[in-house]
Design a protein around this ligand. Structure first.
Ligand code: SF4
Length: 371
């Protein structure tokens, strides 16, 4: 370690001991807690994760408990966090941990890396935070801090840059302090060396930060822009039941594979563009909803536009136009369909977009009933 590296590691650790946040997954060194928290924290803010983490751990306190749980319950506990493949992979990996490692997360980087849903960052985080092994854990926060401190101009969107920064990070880990050091690095990125307004004057390593000394703290890290998510207009059918299904809504289960696999939703269809400008008239949209219902074997008719809603995934954005529809008979439902009432929403796992839509609908009905 040269003087600049030694300075960085020493000052960062000193700062961390005074400034670390008390987070539930930091109490003790439970590898399963570290693992769950790291998976939840991908794409999600710490404040949002805390209550989810506490609930998840109280429901599934060990990898074996998670392995033995029903998938529906795991998805339900994840509901609202989004990116549901994370929850499915976590459970698949927990089953592997139960079968191959007697329910204990293995203290072995190759074994941990081979578990489903665990990439190099998460493997490094588990090995260092829980087992205090000298493994780097390089995510976007860490790439930003190190790009700035060492004034690296490599494009952090490229996989080769991650590999390079992993080497830089590995060389900085003080022997015997991997757990605190890696958490300190993440903490500095989250609290001080933030993307848009780094607090350099409060930063423990500012004295030797090359990016700051060159006035480039806001220029770094270099990152080429990812393609924006592709907008996808979809028409959804909010089918109100009749007869013994009065007051209930029709929902369907998504296929076993692919986006949001096995979660529940309102039936919907990708809009076909009708005009030269690429838009769809109200009438044409209702026709497409009618066609969707017919194709699915649902005896119902669209009545009126109900609301618009949006949900952005990493690569696509659903722009959902929802149409209120009336069931025309007490039909037998096709497989994968169900009627739901407000009290039973908790038994089904929905993506966030549909939780909001369906809850909103039931609340509206309730207030109409209450006058
Ligand atoms: S001095 Fe500023 S740019 Fe450098 S590491 Fe600290 S907060 Fe980041």
């Amino acid at each position: 370690m040269d003087e600049q590296q030694a300075f960085f590691s020493r000052e960062l650790l000193r700062w961390y001991h005074e400034n670390r946040r008390d987070l539930p997954w930091r109490r003790g060194h439970n590898p399963y807690y570290t693992w769950v928290s790291e998976i939840m924290l991908q794409q999600t803010r710490v404040d949002t994760v805390i209550p989810y983490f506490e609930r998840f751990i109280s429901k599934f306190p060990t990898a074996t408990a998670l392995a033995d749980a029903k998938e529906e319950d795991v998805l339900k506990a994840w509901e609202g966090l989004g990116y549901y493949s994370r929850a499915r992979n976590l459970q698949a990996a927990a089953r592997e941990v139960k079968e191959r490692y007697a329910g204990e997360v293995p203290d072995d980087v190759a074994a941990v890396s081979s578990l489903k849903g665990i990439g190099p960052y998460t493997a490094g985080a588990i090995m260092s935070i829980a087992f205090n092994r000298n493994e780097p854990a390089v995510d976007g926060n860490v790439m930003r801090v190190l790009s700035r401190f060492f004034r690296l101009h490599d494009d952090i969107a490229k996989p080769s840059t991650r590999v390079k920064i992993e080497k830089v990070a590995r060389a900085l880990i003080p022997d015997g302090h991997a757990s605190h050091f890696n958490q300190a690095l993440m903490e500095l990125g989250a609290l001080t060396c933030t993307p848009k307004s780094p607090s350099c004057l409060l930063c423990p390593v500012m004295e030797h930060c090359e990016g700051r000394l060159a006035g480039e703290e806001l220029l770094l890290p270099i990152k080429t822009k990812a393609k924006p998510p592709k907008p996808e207009v979809r028409f959804a059918a909010l089918v109100e039941g009749m007869g013994r299904h009065e007051g209930q809504l029709l929902i369907r289960k998504r296929p076993d594979t692919g986006l949001l696999a096995r979660m529940w939703e309102l039936p919907h269809v990708l809009a076909q563009k009708q005009t030269s400008k690429g838009s769809t008239t109200q009438e044409a949209a209702m026709d497409q909803v009618r066609e969707l219902l017919f194709q699915e074997g649902i005896h119902a008719e669209p009545v009126e536009a109900y609301c618009d809603a949006e949900h952005t995934f990493s690569h696509i954005q659903w722009q959902m136009r929802v149409y209120r529809c009336k069931a025309l008979s007490e039909m037998a439902l096709p497989p994968g369909y169900a009627y739901i009432e407000r009290e039973h929403m908790a038994e089904y796992a929905f993506p966030n977009l549909f939780v909001k839509l369906i809850q909103g609908y039931f609340e509206e009905q309730q207030s109409v009933r209450n006058g």
